[in-house]
Design a protein. Sequence first.
Length: 136
Amino acid sequence: MRAVLDENLHRSLLDVLEKLGFRVFDVRDCGLRGEPDEVVFEFAQRKKAVLFSSDMGFSNILRFPLGEHYGICILRFPNEMRTEDVNRELSRLLSRINIEDFEGSLVVVSPGKIRLRKVTGAKKYPKEIGDQEKEG
């Protein structure tokens, strides 16, 4: 599974996600620093990746409907929490769910809990956006 790391998250999260089995793309390394949410979202869809962000705008299921993307994971940790503690807690919590559970879902992770909002009924597939990039 692939992941896109939004610029509002610490770069050290890349290592945490890789240890959980994700291939990670950091938007800062992909020329997307400062781009609008829609551009970052479309990039994640082209990469067939779960989007990891702390931007609550991505939790709007009217803008980003359940089942029509590869997954969105919102991280809600206090600013006062040390990066090492956030990474440790995130690793512990995300290891409790299957990578497949991200697909089409909204996952909100905060200290001590995970909320998983999945599409109900028939499974939808993400819309194809632009030309698909080759695996790599």
